[in-house]
Ligand binder design. Structure first.
Ligand code: ADP
Length: 395
């Protein structure tokens, strides 16, 4: 049987990220982004092999953009597309693994919209459009939350009255599951350990960031909660704050819920602390030039990350290694070094030469000899979604 092709789609409210994955090749031949959908500036940018292209599509919606992406996929695969894998943000407690998309499962995704009001409706929109455009292709949903459905109750329950959980689904769910799963499996492979007998701490550090404790291939704890706001300092998200901050701002400053939501999700984190940028590259540059806000933002980011990893270690019976991934984890020797510095009690120590060399998509160990493994592993959520899709197609 020739190697199969899977189109991976990640629909946002005004964007569609897409990538064509071949089961035998790690390189992606076709990938792209349709953005500003629904506006006069809608456009699609894509890369086919080494060729970059773009197309302006004023006013195009999700369906119109997908209809333009279709011929690109057909020509890149000679008409041999075997399935579509969709990234879906929230699977609640209902979806504990990837599922074949049917009208019923699509309804299930829509029903979870109160838990992810920005994401699930957009995901459902994309699924609906592709189901219409490709009615004969099997389609699969892969959930960001599913990997964390193995959390024990003591890790996923908040210390709140039970009815909020039983009647209103208020609990910790966790996100970035596809990435945590992908890199922890790679970590076991690279270390010559069986996945089902290995223990990892993972730091996924991108615009959104989270940590995860993984035991024998299962998530046992993670830093994000009911929403992706909980936990680490992120690009524009505050991460953990005193929950009374909401009432403090409402009472003393008369702020509305919307204003507080915007503050915590869009104006805080690295951006809020630095007063400069949500982008770690910009902050590292500014720090090297003596910018006080950038310096503080990096200090807080690393200290909080180290604290979270130490807390996650409570879920492990032993530690086989720590994995850094995501744009920051894969590229920033500074962030890795400052974080590990605060984890001496876990006996962690870096080889600074290896650390400084491990950038730009490289994979490998950066720990000092005789200390626990510290690995840098580029994440590949698209590939993991394609692998999950293929696995369901095999059944
Ligand atoms: P997303 O969560 O949107 O997928 P990424 O995983 O691409 O984000 O991560 C984006 C972050 O990675 C940004 O803060 C960016 O500055 C940071 N980053 C990328 N390259 C580097 C680098 N060389 N040094 C430091 N930070 C980097």
């Amino acid at each position: 049987m020739p190697a199969r092709n899977i189109l991976v789609i990640n629909c946002g409210s005004s964007s569609i990220k897409f990538a064509l994955i071949n089961e035998d090749h790690t390189n992606t031949r076709l990938s792209g982004l349709a953005e500003r959908l629904g506006s006069p500036d809608a456009q699609i940018r894509w890369r086919l092999d080494d060729q970059k292209e773009n197309l302006i599509l004023p006013g195009a919606d999700h369906r119109a953009a997908l209809a333009k992406i279709l011929p690109l996929v057909e020509s890149a695969t000679n008409g041999q597309l075997h399935g579509i894998g969709h990234r879906v943000v929230h699977g609640g407690e209902h979806f504990t693994s990837a599922c074949l998309l049917t009208p019923a499962s699509l309804e299930g995704i829509r029903a979870l919209s109160p838990l992810a009001p920005l994401h699930n409706p957009a995901n459902a929109l994309g699924i609906e459009a592709t189901m219409r455009l490709f009615p004969n292709l099997p389609q699969v949903a892969v959930f960001d939350t599913a990997f964390h459905q193995s959390l024990p109750e003591h890790a996923y329950r908040y210390a709140l009255p039970e009815h909020l959980y039983t009647e209103h689904a208020v609990r910790r769910y966790g996100f970035h599951g596809t990435s945590h799963r992908y890199v922890s499996v790679r970590a076991a492979e690279l270390s010559g350990l069986p996945v089902d007998d290995s223990c990892w701490l993972v730091a996924h550090l991108g615009n959104g960031s989270s940590t995860c404790a993984i035991v024998n291939g299962e998530s046992r704890d993670t830093s994000m909660g009911l929403t992706p706001l909980e936990g680490l300092v992120m690009g524009t998200r505050s991460g953990d704050v005193d929950p009374n901050l909401h009432s403090h701002l409402a009472r003393n400053l008369k702020w509305s819920l919307e204003k507080i939501d915007t503050l915590l999700n869009n104006e805080s984190g690295l951006l809020g602390l630095s007063g400069l940028s949500n982008d770690m590259r910009t902050l590292e540059q500014a720090r090297s030039e003596g910018h006080a806000g950038a310096t503080l933002a990096i200090e807080v980011f690393c200290y909080r990350l180290a604290k979270s990893l130490a807390a996650m270690s409570c879920a492990l019976p032993r530690l086989d290694g720590i994995v850094f991934t995501g744009g920051i984890g894969e590229n920033s020797a500074l962030i890795r070094s400052k974080t590990v510095e605060s984890l001496k009690l876990l006996n962690l120590s870096l080889d600074e030469t290896l650390n400084s060399e491990m950038v730009g998509g490289q994979t490998g160990a950066i720990n000092a000899a005789g200390h626990p493994r510290i690995l840098v592993i580029p994440t590949n959520e698209e590939r993991q979604i394609a692998l999950d899709t293929l696995e369901l197609l095999n059944r």
